[in-house]
Design a protein around this ligand. Sequence first.
Ligand code: SF4
Length: 443
Amino acid sequence: MGRVMGKVFIQTYGCQMNEYDTDKMFELLGTQNYTPASSMDEADLVLLNTCSVRDKAEQKVYSELGRMRRLKKQNPNVKIGVGGCVAQQEGVKILKRAENVDFVFGTDNLFELPEILKETEKGARPVQINRLAPRQKVRDFIPDFSTSASNLPALKAHLAITKGCNNFCSFCVVPLTRGTEVSRSPQNILEEANRLCDNGTREICLLGQNVNSYHANGVDFVELLQQLDGIKNLERIRFTSPHPKDFHPKLADAMASLPSVCEQLHLPLQSGSNEVLKRMRRWYTTQTYLEKVEMFRSRMPEGTISTDLIVGYPGETEEDFQKTLEMMQEVRFDLIYAFKFSIRPGTRAAEEENQLSDQIKSERLRILLETHERILREKQELMVGSRQEVLVEGPHPRETGNMSGRTRGNHSVMVRGTEGLSGSLLPVKITGFRTYLLEAEAA
Ligand code: SF4
């Protein structure tokens, strides 16, 4: 055993990519003999892994740092670091505005944490936000779980296959905070997936900001899925988020034919108005989007489709919004992630005229969510009596005598049973439903 460095607490905001980065930080810090702390107050090292996708993200980080002043009073030796997308954008400004922060690291720099920590021990306040040069290799890091500071691996795991994005959708800050797209080598991805599955993982969700544009060493996304499908004990593969423009028949065929790839597609629509889609720089129309839906459903009629929607994009008229509602009725999504448009500094949409009032955006969001709840209820009713396969994850947090899990279509399911079922693939019959939850019994 090496020298114990102390305890680390990581506060994570935002998307699955940030959660994945947090796992990587835990694993990396495990190699430096850090163990997890159960709260900030007992930690020797506190990291904020920040997100800048939502409104007023910077202010929220500064408020949190203000609340964290007490930590240095309790323990003057505690080190505080800020990483993630806000760190990438704000850089040295964070050190100037928050005196309690010891270091700042960007989205490409988390693997430099050991060196950064050494500098802080010498009294420096480093800011490391250098980007990977375009086409530079992504730093490959295969965790060694014997030294991990997190509780990995889990039954379900995320695995990032690309970072960054080349699309520059008008509303999105990702290309500015995470840079342009870089794909990891297939060898490295397979090695990480094998390691996860050897340690108990049964479901892997591949992550990328535009996951289906993956391409490295002559291997494209479909070929990567084919290689991953061969891994022993890997029961389920999901991926998020694919861009509709890169969803094609070859990928739909692979989803339908590869046993471990789930019949579940997250296909971000964003708006049902072609006018708005054009200004969003999405590079598809509602017509071509519907063709992709048909491409998927003709091969997997029982498959599920979820989407992302933005209401209140600058200049969105009542007619544009009605078209989004029409698309909801047409596609009948199984799940939606709907948001009010909010300005992200540095994006094209921030400069657009005709920004809508919060009142209009809130009202449209309310109507959208209500419309979807009606569709969801109808779809859930149709599922009652059907047979599904559930990957049982563990006891239900509130309902004793029940277990929680998910179908291949990613429906959340509560099934009667005991803890011995954890980790199993259980055939079930759907007996009822609540909002966003199906009830089931073993079939
Ligand atoms: S494809 Fe996704 S990550 Fe890339 S710019 Fe568009 S919204 Fe952002």
